[in-house]
Design a binder for this molecule. Structure first.
Ligand SMILES: [Zn+2]
Length: 329
């Protein structure tokens, strides 16, 4: 008789410009299936304007709170809104977070303070990992994911794994060039998908001050708002069509803070996919909205910490000091 596998617990921290969300997830192997469930979750405000000297201690505080309320945590994953160095666990550039984050060690100090191995992941990749393991894409082998919000995040998964590239930046769909001479993007390139589809641009395209106003007006039948959303949906459709042509995914998952607009965007996106995808059968590619809501980033960070620790053979509190110490290497 097969011995039932031990359930393990993993902490995920999601660093946002406004809030730090945390979740503790439990992982269990049931036969050939990985089962993940969320045990506990909460959030604290991010002291964003005070920079990393205030934000990193607040992440540690969130972690201690989580571990006090949910015993048995073995690993830590930290979702960050931007770029980082996976080899050192230091951040490179964080969107919406002022201060000296370039080259700042984050995973190391948090792992040492909490006594468990800690690993960084980009927040959009964390969203995708969560949807892949226990959300909308749980039955998919390959997926393309987008998070629509202040920016446009992206993620791709192939053969059941989120593809990270050599530095965790793979899947930046928001920075695909859609118009060669289009508007400047915050990344320094022109005509990126994000330059057309981030929240303030959606509002502007609809003649509204905010996305919420744009959606309300479109739902009330306002022509300018309806046309604006159709134009944004077309740009999103072009970006997604390019990804579908390259990846041929089982699923495309749309999430993020603007996912409330998804029902108004899905039709223009589908129309653009029909117009542009000619190499693969579109009836095999499901276009769906995300299922895990605003907690997906924290859930995905927790899963990443668990999977990365297992991959590096670093599971277990006894290894924490070694792993924490090797973070700067
Ligand atoms: Zn860009």
């Amino acid at each position: 008789m097969r011995q039932p596998a031990r359930a393990t617990r993993h902490l995920g921290l999601d660093l946002g410009g406004t809030n730090i969300k945390w979740v503790v997830v439990e992982h269990e192997q049931e036969g050939d299936h990985d089962v993940w469930r969320v045990l506990e979750r909460d959030q604290l405000t991010t002291p964003a304007s005070d920079g990393p000297d205030a934000v990193i201690p607040r992440l540690i505080e969130a972690g201690r709170d989580a571990i006090a309320r949910c015993a048995g945590v073995e690993t830590v994953g930290i979702g960050v809104p931007g770029l980082y160095d996976p080899a050192t666990g230091a951040t490179r550039f964080l969107v919406n977070l002022p201060g000296a984050w370039a080259g700042r060690p984050v995973a190391g100090p948090i792992g040492e303070a909490l006594g468990h191995p800690a690993f960084l992941i980009n927040d959009a990749r964390a969203f995708g990992l969560a949807e892949l393991r226990l959300g909308a894409a749980r039955h998919a082998d390959s997926m393309v994911g987008l998070t629509l919000g202040t920016g446009v995040g992206g993620v791709i998964a192939v053969d059941g794994h989120v593809h990270q590239g050599h530095d965790g930046t793979a899947g930046e769909i928001g920075h695909l060039t859609i118009e060669p001479d289009g508007p400047w993007c915050g990344c320094g390139n022109r005509g990126c998908l994000e330059a057309f589809a981030r929240a303030d641009q959606i509002a502007a395209a609809c003649g509204a001050a905010t996305v919420e106003e744009a959606l309300a007006r479109a739902r009330a039948g306002d022509q300018q708002a309806t046309d604006g959303l159709a134009a944004v949906g077309r740009y999103l459709g072009i970006g997604i069509a390019n990804m579908v042509t390259v990846i041929s995914p089982d699923q495309v998952v749309i999430g993020g803070g603007v996912a409330a607009a998804a029902d108004l965007l899905l039709e223009p996106i589908r129309a653009e996919l029909r117009r542009r995808v000619k190499t693969t059968a579109l009836d095999r590619v499901e276009l769906v909205t995300a299922e895990l809501g605003t907690w997906a980033g924290a859930i995905g960070a927790a899963i990443h910490g668990a999977e990365e620790a297992a991959r590096r053979g670093a599971i277990g509190p006894a290894d924490a000091a070694t792993v924490g110490a090797s973070r700067g290497a």
